[in-house]
Ligand binder design. Structure first.
Ligand code: LLP
Length: 386
């Protein structure tokens, strides 16, 4: 909920900017931690979703670990004070430099995505005179029924090792000298709101785990990835995602072996709802059949609608007139730079403040300077609402 006090504060700030509701962020983190503790689950925040320093600091205070996908993210997590043992590192294209950095830092686990990667990590660990803890990312081959650009768990995706390649993987693991196998990693996709998808993940996890144990590899850690979705349509009605349903589904459908730990890597669910893009109406332009509300935030600030046809709720924070229908568009010279077509809002005037909601995940991190536009700054509720 964007309060009246926040709207008053926004009037003084140059737009567009990111606004983070830190109270909601803390509430969301607390809900996740509370639900995870019920089952003894370990949570690693997928820092790719938002690596803003203040957000990351709140995550650290909540006691979570970090899921990284690049050396840059590993460095950032270390600099932010995360315990290196709580850092996991996935990604299909880890470079030698990144592997060296992660080994020297002593990270908790590499989520290994291919046999060549396993061999390179083994060689680099040997050269450094250390050992690498790894989990094998297996492609679960599940259709998460989300947008094709954000599915990661289908067999034809580039992620993970196909179950068909497991015999070769076991041979490579046996041949390795500097690798400690610690478990299995799965990730089915993103923005999943149907718990049936996670049930399916559990049944695949049981099969995959059996293949490992049958071959003499005990799965001490089972990492079930991230992917819990959020309500983009009703951010004020469902501000905190269903961590309870997610973890309950897993606990119910996946029996833990003795001494086994389950790990999770939510990104979006932790940070999406606390963030909004705040933007001003530059012009209201009447077209032949449509009225355009042209705002000063563009796809360079938040690329999700242009890239994935993603929906973000648009609100007129300062308009009080009768409702009218608008195409709300950004200033970028691309016809995909659209926030919403034919949406009904209180009458918009030049200077009105609009909010583009649920922008805390994959928003600021995916911003770019296209059209030579500056990066939008971030403001935090606890700093501007004093
Ligand atoms: N773990 C792995 C291995 C992942 O690939 C991802 C996301 C996550 C965890 C975190 O997933 P989440 O809980 O956030 O769904 N830019 C896209 C989303 C890309 C997700 C990539 N992988 C978007 O804006 O929708």
């Amino acid at each position: 909920m964007i309060t009246n006090a926040a709207i008053e504060a926004f009037r003084q700030i140059e737009t567009p900017f990111y606004y983070y509701d830190m109270t909601l962020l803390r509430r969301t983190l607390a809900a996740c931690v509370e639900q995870a503790q019920r089952f003894g689950f370990q949570v690693h925040y997928a820092i790719k979703a938002n690596d803003d320093a203040r957000i990351v600091e709140e995550v650290r205070r909540a006691g979570l670990g970090i899921d990284c996908v690049s050396g840059g993210e590993v460095s950032l997590a270390l600099k932010a004070g995360f315990d290196s043992g709580k850092i996991v590192f996935a990604g299909v294209g880890k470079t030698d430099k990144e592997i060296n950095l992660a080994l020297e830092a002593g990270i908790g686990c590499f989520n290994v995505e291919s046999i060549p990667e396993l061999e390179v990590i083994d060689a680099i660990a040997g050269a450094l005179g250390t050992r690498a803890r790894i989990a094998v990312r297996v492609n679960p081959d599940i259709d998460a029924h989300t947008h094709k650009y954000i599915t990661t768990g289908l067999e034809d995706d580039k992620f993970g090792i196909s179950t068909r390649a497991l015999p070769q993987l076991f041979a490579a693991l046996r041949a390795s000298r500097n690798i400690d196998f610690t478990g299995v990693h799965l990730h089915v996709g993103s923005q999943i709101t149907d718990m049936k998808v996670f049930e399916l993940e559990c049944s695949r996890a049981i099969e995959i785990q059996k293949t490992f144990t049958d071959n003499g590899f005990a799965v001490a850690n089972l990492n079930l990835g991230g992917g819990l979705g959020v309500d983009y349509y009703q951010p004020d009605i469902n501000p905190v995602p269903q961590f309870d349903a997610w973890f309950e589904t897993i606990a119910e459908h996946l029996p833990a072996a003795a001494g086994q730990t389950f790990h999770f890597e939510p990104g979006r669910a932790l940070v999406a709802q606390c963030g909004s893009v705040i933007t001003r109406v530059v012009f209201v332009k009447r077209g032949l059949n449509r009225t355009f509300a042209i705002v000063d935030a563009g796809m360079n600030d938040l690329i999700r609608p242009a890239l994935y046809q993603a929906y973000h709720k648009v609100e007129n924070l300062t308009g009080s007139g009768p409702e009218r229908t608008y195409d709300v568009v950004g200033p970028i010279c691309e016809s995909s730079d659209i926030w919403g077509e034919q949406i009904v809002l209180p009458e918009a005037c030049r200077g009105d403040l609009f909010a583009i909601r649920t922008a805390g995940a994959y928003g600021q991190v995916m911003a770019m300077p296209y059209n030579r536009r500056p990066f939008a700054k971030a403001y935090y509720s606890d700093e501007i609402l004093k």
